[in-house]
Design a binder for this molecule. Structure first.
Ligand SMILES: [Zn+2]
Ligand SMILES: [Zn+2]
Ligand SMILES: [Zn+2]
Length: 103
């Protein structure tokens, strides 16, 4: 039995958010992601990026996924689609790679 009111129990496996974990519940992964010394936390889906490298890696994965199915420019559908480039500076990433919400 936990009696310390500051002790919060985090659930590391996928689950529905509850009142108890709403502050740390990541809606991208449906797990609880305590902040601790996180580099950045998404205000929308609450995903925690523990380090700048983690943010860069997630953004790079998103770019790779988008580039796998590039969308042609509707104004010039015959032109080769423009591929995105992965960021190299975490400070240039202004939206969450998981939910596209602005930081
Ligand atoms: Zn939760
Ligand atoms: Zn997000
Ligand atoms: Zn997450």
């Amino acid at each position: 039995m936990v009696t310390d009111p500051n002790a919060r129990v985090f659930t590391p496996w996928p689950h529905e958010p509850t009142d108890a974990c709403t502050l740390v519940h990541c809606h991208t992964h449906n797990v609880d992601e305590p902040e601790y010394d996180a580099y950045r936390v998404c205000g929308e889906c609450s995903h925690v990026f523990p380090t700048a490298a983690a943010l860069l890696a997630d953004q790079a994965a998103l770019v790779k996924r988008l580039n796998a199915n590039p969308i042609a420019d509707p104004r010039s559908p015959d032109a080769p689609p423009v591929l995105m480039e992965a960021a190299t500076d975490p400070d240039t990433i202004w939206s969450c790679p998981h939910c596209a919400h602005d930081f």
